[in-house]
Design a binder for this molecule. Sequence first.
Ligand code: ADP
Length: 383
Amino acid sequence: MKRIGVIGGGQLAWMMGDAAKKLGVELVVQTPSSHDPAVSIAQDVILAPVDDAIATEILAAKTDVITFENEFVNLDVLSFLEHQGVCFRPRLAALVPLLDKYHQRCYLQDLGLPVPRFFALNQQENLASKIEHLGFPVVLKSRRHGYDGQGTFIIKDLATLQQQLNSDNTKNLSQSQFLIEEFVPFERELAVIAARSVAGEVVTYPVVETQQEQQVCRRVIAPADITTDQAAEIEAIAHTLLNSLQVVGVFGIELFLTPTGQVLVNEIAPRTHNSGHFSLDACETSQFEQHLRAVCGLPLGNPALLCTSAVMVNLLGYEISTSDYQSQRQKLAEIPQAYVYWYGKTESRPGRKLGHVTVLLNHQHREAISAIARTIESIWYGN
Ligand code: ADP
């Protein structure tokens, strides 16, 4: 495998650039705009939306294998290409149960994996009694195309639910495009990156703690401070899932840890994931190299940490601007053992992921780790 097609040209594809060089493979990227981050590292670019299957046919003609950095693709149309012999890794059948959050929850539950209680929203008449069974608050989620908390709403009562369903955000969608699940009063959120090779070997990265604000990931701490049993349970979940789907490539798995120590799976990302960015600097093999290794049919690399711990902080947009924030980035780079990544997006908007910083540490003191995260955020957000 020499030429890899990547559907999507955001930061996740951009961060494959160094790994591709290291492995001696070329990346051809299908992405809508010439300003997208991965355009700068691609050997060739097809300017088209990620769900444009005609463009993907052109991508297939230029490459040996196609992978995804964005899963919002049109599987029905792509399966036509797969039937014609185009090699997708992961294969399309591995994505089928995952792209709709309701189907994903059903798939996980059928595998016997622990998930929050949930149901699909269809007949309004049953709503009150069905929700009574879960108890408020509940979480309303759009079944498709949600990311960074877009399409996830925490709902405190029936009136708020009706209001939300009639709001500008949701009124263009029918009720059948939503699911409802119990609100999990989690003690912490966790995540794990797992990879599976063509030969069926599975490796998992250290389980991390993720911290979200307004449903968007702000910080990741590796490794998470959990028990050996909890880590083993999460690794077992990853093995079950990747083997059952016969995935080739990297997956991100987001989880809740409840106050009683129970682990529940929240969401599966069928690609590299924000919770694995620390691996670029903190692990022997980054998640991006690992993904390309798997996709190219190579043996997997060692995912072990090279340091005692690491903290990753997302640099989220907080204004509309075209600034490149050079002076803030310079200050961040002066933090000892800090690695600053800037995705090169031409426009900043509130909540947009513009870059991240990872700091490597030789200790695991929670207070000191939090202090470093606060230092980064005060340099970035200016308070
Ligand atoms: P997205 O696909 O947009 O990332 P998620 O389902 O991962 O949406 O939800 C984003 C965040 O919202 C989670 O990380 C968590 O903080 C919160 N959240 C989602 N579902 C629940 C739930 N059932 N209970 C409590 N918090 C939740």
